[in-house]
Design a protein around this ligand. Structure first.
Ligand SMILES: [Zn+2]
Ligand SMILES: [Zn+2]
Length: 143
């Protein structure tokens, strides 16, 4: 199911449009998934959210992404089960990382001025350690 032709150019698209195009799909993949940063097994926080307890990277279903970004600080800790990593260890996104669920190379999507990796099949949005905090800050500014 490859909708994108291989033209060698990185796809630059809006995450919001990906989310709306996938409104009904969820990350319901039950097989064990691993952190793209450090290789740890991701810990499930419900059907739509997984967290790496090692580096606090976050893997979230597109349908849950915006509620995560907009969650109040207290609720966010409950959702993640850990304090969010406020240190941005994120480096310029290297493209070519595979989706933890299906292994397909993820695409870059723009959201709030940041480029995020997301699976174009809608398995999830990958947030590097600290990226969630950055997103939440930009969401607060935009409000
Ligand atoms: Zn990790
Ligand atoms: Zn995928």
């Amino acid at each position: 199911m490859t909708a994108i032709s291989q033209n060698g150019l990185p796809m630059k698209r809006s995450l919001t449009s990906l989310i709306s195009s996938l409104a009904s799909s969820d990350n319901n993949c039950s097989r064990e998934q691993h952190c793209l940063e450090c290789g740890q097994t991701l810990t499930s926080r419900g059907a739509r959210l997984q967290v790496c307890l090692e580096c606090r990277a976050v893997w979230v279903a597109p349908s849950a992404f915006e509620s995560l970004v907009e969650a109040p600080a207290g609720a966010l800790e409950d959702l993640l089960g850990v304090e969010a990593n406020s240190q941005n260890t994120h480096q310029a996104t290297e493209s070519g990382r595979g989706c933890p669920a299906c292994g397909e190379v993820m695409q870059n999507y723009e959201y709030g001025g940041l480029w995020l990796d997301a699976c174009q099949s809608g398995h999830g949005v990958w947030l590097d350690p600290g990226e969630l905090e950055l997103l939440r800050q930009s969401a607060t500014v935009a409000r």
